[in-house]
Design a protein around this ligand. Sequence first.
Ligand code: SF4
Length: 102
Amino acid sequence: MSNTNRRVFIMQLAAGSSVLAATAASAQAKIEENDAQATAVGYKHDTTKVDAKKFPKHDKAQKCNNCQLYQGKATDAWGGCPLFGAKQVAGNGWCSAYAKKA
Ligand code: SF4
């Protein structure tokens, strides 16, 4: 393999890796409301659907996207949360571990 061919090969390999990484990120699994981890903390995709009787301190202004643990940007529809490992939570979601972002 000539130096030029090797360089082209390496560049193609790097480009391919970037595409794979982007695909993996966009395909990141989303948490299901009926997942055992989600039900354990009362997680809902929509903060307005939280059971008010079960969680009397819940406020509709509390959302994942203004929670300290949310790893997405405030404008992201979905983002990571350490509570659910590799699975994403909805920006408009909520769970009982909510902690207002400072
Ligand atoms: Fe959403 Fe925060 Fe609960 Fe994670 S800890 S699911 S970001 S409210």
